[in-house]
Design a protein around this ligand. Sequence first.
Ligand code: NIG
Ligand code: FE
Length: 379
Amino acid sequence: MTITPSVSIGIKDGKIACICTDDQCCEGKQVVDAGGQLVTAGLVDSHTHLVFGGFRQHELELKLRGAEYLEILAAGGGILSTVKATRAASADELQNKAADFLDQMLAHGTTTVEAKSGYGLDYETELKQLEVVAELQKSHKMDIVSTFMGAHAVPPEFKGNTEGFVDLLINDMIPKIAKTGLSPYCDIFCEQGVFNVEQSRRIMEAARNHGFKLKIHADEIVDLGGAKLAGEMQAVSAEHLIAASDKGLEALAANGTIAVLLPATSFYLNKPFARARNMVDFDIPVAIASDFNPGSSPGYNMQLAMSLGYLKYRLYPAEILTAVTLNAACAIGLGDTKGTVEIGKDADLVIWNCPDLDFLFYRFGNNQANKVVKNGVLV
Ligand code: NIG
Ligand code: FE
């Protein structure tokens, strides 16, 4: 990574037009003076569950009393309580709420996000979530990449009949959602008590046959072999990977699958942190994202994830920056247009309140984004 002192970045039609070491490209132009501070590409949050009804603050007390994340889910709470609230919410409510989150994300330096469905678990509500994302793609400044995650949990009407829900996904929901063309990606929660490896494989095969690119929540809590499956299926990304085994990591490395790591989730669930250092050393491309959702990571500030990248993953500043920009862009298919400050790429930039890159990771807890430029325009 090159860190270039004292440059001017010229922007034309929302793209980076030149990068100059003198002031020539500024002549006669509107100038934003970065005051000698650090400028990076805008942050890319490559894993969020952006659109949801309600919140889950009532789980706080349950957790303090010892209930585990998967126990709350098995008892019909957790994701399923958000499913209830999301089914009950109107599209307008969901859209306004998500738009507010997006405003805040921009203010914290995030200029592109991925947004998963998965709080509907029936065709109508999944479609409602995906249509909200499609509306936001038109109306909001944020660039948003949509992911269908109908396989996020087993809905109450299929309790005790996971196979029945897998059949519905494969024979009905996946083909119908594919036809809408709303989402290029399909994600699935491969986890103990949710979808096992064989069910996940069948769902992924169906999704792939219908033209989806694949993502998978793998080995988040239990090492089921989700990372290995991700490699075998040549998924674009495997996400979480807290409990992933060496065999799983080997499969990711061999297949170029990107590891999307979510340190705020480990922090919030009081779980171990993924073996990011090993992954980088295994030559696995590592991205870091927020996992913003109402249960396991109710925060969208990528700067927290970045701090944990340093404090808990022990990654170096340049590795963390790459994980939240270029590798993250690649995890959602935007590596050609986003993620670096390069001529021809989208002019998504953050001017930080930081004299250098080390400073960005050294401070924590405050919003260090000073100015955000989105498609060439100051937000
Ligand atoms: O990535 N693990 C599954 N899905 C989300 C959590 C969703 C929720 O708890 O509402 C995650 O952590
Ligand atoms: Fe997630």
